[in-house]
Ligand binder design. Structure first.
Ligand code: NAD
Length: 334
C-alpha cells in the first residue's frame, strides 16, 4: 500500500480493483463510473433511477468491466467480495428532486448510507461519502472551512437534504471509530457540466436550457446571492484523489471563487450567444446567501485544486446541451 498521504497522481495503476458506485447513473456518478473504468477499475453501478433514467451510463454497458444493478440502496443489498471501494453517491441532489422526494432523501442519507457502510465493512472496502456544502446551511462563516459546523434549519424544507447528509457524515464517522472502516467524507460544492438534466432545477442547467430555447433566465431573488461552481471533471478528479488518498477528511471539493447568481446567468447568456435576458422570480425558503469553499485542506493533503476556468467549463456545458437538445418534430410529422 502507498503511504496514506501520497497524492493520487503518484500511484501507478488503478488505486482500486472493483468499485461500487451508488447513484452511479446520475450526473456525478456516471462521470465517476467512466473515470474509474479509464483508470482500470471494475465498476458496479447501483441505482434505482429515481432521479435519472439510465441514459448517462448507456455508453458503458458494453464494457465487460461495467455492470448495472437496479436497486434502491435504502433496501438491503449484497456486493461482490472483491469490492474494495464504495462511492456512496445515491441521493436526490437537486432541490426540485429532494422537495418532491423528502422521505426518500432522508432514507437514502441515513439507511442508505448505513447499508453502504455495512457493504464496506463486510468486504473491507474504503467508503467515500458524497456529502455536500449544504451541511453548512446558510453559513455565517465565509468562506467555509471544514471546521465550520454550519447553520441549518432542520424543520425548513431544505432540512430533509441537509440533515440527511449531516446524519450520513455522523454515521460514517461512527463506522470509522467504532468498526474501523476506512472511510472518507467529501463535501461537494455546486458542480455543473454535461449530463445534468434540463429540468433538474439547478441554476446552470436551467439557465442554459432557457437561453438555448430563447426564454428569459429565471433568477431567484435579485440574484445577488453567491455560489461557487466547479466543472464536473475537476470535482470527479477531487473525489477520486480523496478516494485514493487513504485520508478521512472531511474535505471540501469546490471552486474557491464565488459569483453572484445574476453574474452566472449573464455568463450563460454570453456563452449561448443570444442573451435572452433575465426574469426575477421568488427566492426559495432558506436559500443560502453566500457559498464558497475554503479548499486549503484538500489542496495540501492531496494537491487537488480545480483547473477548468468557468468560461471554459460553461462553453463545454453549452456545447453538450446544444448537441443533445431534443429535436422538435418536423412540420407535418405524425
Ligand atoms: P443526480 O440526481 O444526478 O444523481 C443521483 C443518483 O442517485 C440518481 O441516478 C438517482 O437515481 C440515484 N438515487 C437516488 N436515490 C437512490 C436510492 N435510494 N438508491 C439508489 N439510487 C438512488 O445527482 P448528482 O448531482 O449526480 O449528485 C450525486 C451525489 O453527489 C448526491 O449524493 C449529492 O447529494 C452529491 N452532491 C452533488 C452536488 C452537485 O453539485 N451535483 C453537490 C453536492 C453534493
Amino acid at each position: 500500500m502507498p503511504a496514506a498521504d501520497s497524492p493520487a497522481s503518484a500511484r501507478p495503476g488503478p488505486a482500486h480493483r472493483h468499485a461500487l458506485v451508488t447513484g452511479g447513473a446520475g450526473f456525478l456518478g456516471s462521470h465517476l463510473c467512466e473515470q474509474l473504468l479509464v483508470a482500470g477499475t471494475r465498476v458496479t453501478c447501483m441505482d434505482d433511477l429515481c432521479t435519472s433514467d439510465g441514459g448517462n451510463v448507456d455508453h458503458l454497458r458494453d464494457d465487460p468491466r461495467f455492470s448495472f444493478v437496479h436497486h434502491d440502496v435504502s433496501e438491503p443489498f449484497t456486493t461482490a467480495d472483491d469490492v474494495d471501494l464504495v462511492l456512496h453517491f445515491a441521493s436526490p441532489a437537486s432541490p426540485a428532486d429532494y422537495l418532491r422526494l423528502p422521505v426518500e432523501t432522508l432514507r437514502v442519507g441515513s439507511v442508505g448510507t448505513w447499508h453502504a457502510l455495512e457493504a464496506a465493512r463486510r468486504t473491507g472496502a474504503r467508503m467515500v461519502l458524497a456529502s455536500t456544502s449544504e451541511t453548512y446551511g446558510d453559513p455565517q462563516v465565509h468562506p467555509q472551512p471544514e471546521s465550520y459546523w454550519g447553520h441549518v434549519n432542520p424543520v425548513g424544507p431544505r432540512g430533509v437534504y441537509d440533515e440527511a447528509k449531516r446524519f450520513g457524515e455522523a454515521i460514517t464517522t461512527a463506522y470509522r471509530t467504532a468498526h474501523g472502516v476506512d472511510t472518507a467524507i467529501v463535501r461537494i460544492f455546486n458542480t455543473y457540466g454535461p449530463r445534468m438534466r434540463r429540468e433538474d432545477g439547478r441554476a446552470i442547467p436551467t439557465f442554459v436550457a432557457q437561453a438555448l430555447s430563447g426564454q428569459p433566465m429565471t433568477v431567484a431573488g435579485d440574484g445577488s446571492q453567491t455560489r461557487s461552481v466547479c466543472y464536473v471533471d475537476d470535482t470527479v478528479r477531487g473525489v477520486l484523489a480523496v478516494a485514493a488518498s487513504g485520508l478521512p477528511g472531511p474535505f471540501n471539493v469546490g471552486y474557491p471563487e464565488e459569483r453572484s447568481v445574476l453574474a452566472i446567468a449573464q455568463a450563460v447568456g454570453e456563452a449561448v450567444g443570444t442573451d435572452p435576458g433575465v426574469e426575477f422570480v421568488g427566492r426559495p425558503v432558506d436559500d443560502p446567501t453566500v457559498r464558497c469553499p475554503d479548499i486549503s485542506a484538500i489542496r495540501s493533503a492531496v494537491g487537488w485544486e480545480p483547473q477548468v476556468p468557468f468560461a471554459d467549463g460553461l462553453a463545454r456545458t453549452v456545447d453538450w446541451f446544444r448537441a443533445t437538445a431534443p429535436r422538435l418534430p418536423e412540420r407535418g410529422a405524425a
